[in-house]
Design a protein around this ligand. Sequence first.
Ligand code: GLU
Length: 235
Amino acid sequence: MCGIVAVTGYKKALPLLINGLKKLEYRGYDSAGVAIINTETKNIICNKAEGKLKNLINSISNTKIDGTVGIGHTRWATHGKPKVKNAHPHIDSSGKVAVVQNGIIENYQELKTNLEKEGIVFNSDTDTEVIPHLIQKELIALSQLNLKNNGSTLLVAVRNVISDLEGSYALAVLWAGAPDSLVVARKQAPLIIGLGEGEFICASDTPAIANFTNIILPMEDEEIALLNPLGIEIY
Ligand code: GLU
């Protein structure tokens, strides 16, 4: 049982993510991490720390992290020891896709072995890390179609990847190629969307959202959603 939180909108993401994670720490305190898309460079900036959320907060207290789109995680380890290398968010080899996950990917070993045969190098022992690598692979395949990159491209990539995942999970995904967007999905693990003023916040549980809005949309099982500051699409 981990806690995930994700935000897109017009306000700074870091305080919203940290606030949300504080309310989710009961779901796990092996490590905590955040990934935010830098407003100017559009690069993903990821910070993680072992142990309780306060360790993450202390480690970034002197760091300026400007961005309005981000994801956060507080971990209760199931696969891989409670170490920084296993802390979420997990990032693909290009550094452009970041993922947080609550749940267990039952067939991760088979997926990991296939990716390793293709030359992908893994940085963690978790079940989760297969997801960003698989999404990046899908994004490369989609780029052959010469479509304009946007959140819908990410939505399609995530949809294709989760159709190959076995297990129960809730996840949130960032992609530097669509820096305003977030994709979230759930299967037998909780995920809710809060409709705030100038932002959408997605989280594992209502306390993480309660400070921001009382308009909450619970996602149905096996739904996937694309969020950007202008609206939400749920499939
Ligand atoms: N299986 C993931 C991990 O070990 C998520 C854990 C969880 O949801 O409790 O990192």
